[in-house]
Design a protein. Structure first.
Length: 192
């Protein structure tokens, strides 16, 4: 199955105060942690590819071999613009899995198990969950691309998952720490 792994590295970092994705965390920029795990996963699955979407020139200009990168200046207006930019270039992808770049603790094992499960069960929609709470990453097959394209402002795929919850496959993971995202500078200090 052709799967496009969309890596959302386009946030405004308003609560952080500076571009959190480039902030040094455990020896490398925050955005690199999960991206490197996804790249290792894609090396084992020939039909999967990574599409990094960003509004940040410093991320766009960095060399990321084996990763397609899309520059989206409209991302500053909200996540819907980032999603549309990804889908505009997703090509023949049968499904898109959206991962966020501020979850540095999401493990390679969990990411690969989530993607493999969604592909094997032919999930129309999916997301990880911990303790019954849905979270990122999320999975959307081509049947839902039009709904994703119709999103506006800062509304993301969660709207579609809520609307079609009966069709959504929840993938349970253990350890809510994997879903921790970094929103503020205090989050970085707390995680060290």
């Amino acid at each position: 199955m052709n799967v496009c792994i969309v890596y959302l590295a386009a946030g405004n970092s308003t609560r952080f105060g500076t571009n959190k994705l480039l902030y040094p965390f455990c020896g490398k920029p925050l955005y690199r942690h999960l991206l490197e795990r996804l790249k290792a996963i894609c090396a084992r699955h020939s039909d999967w590819e990574i599409l990094l979407v960003t509004q940040h020139e410093k991320i766009y200009d960095l060399e990321n071999p084996g990763i397609r990168t899309v520059f989206c200046t409209d991302s500053r207006k909200g996540v819907s613009y980032t999603i549309r930019a990804a889908l505009d270039v997703a090509g023949a992808a049968q499904a898109c899995a959206f991962f966020v770049a501020d979850q540095p603790f999401f493990s390679e094992e969990s990411a690969e198990a989530f993607l493999t499960t969604m592909e094997q069960v032919r999930a129309p929609l999916g997301c990880v969950s911990c303790g019954g709470r849905p979270g990122n990453p999320a999975w959307f097959t081509r049947d839902y691309f039009a709904e994703l394209m119709a999103l506006d402002g800062d509304r993301g795929g969660r709207e579609i998952l809520k609307k079609h919850w009966k069709e959504t496959v929840a993938f349970p993971i253990s350890g809510n720490w994997q879903l921790w995202d970094i929103d503020t500078a205090e989050d970085i200090l707390f995680q060290r």
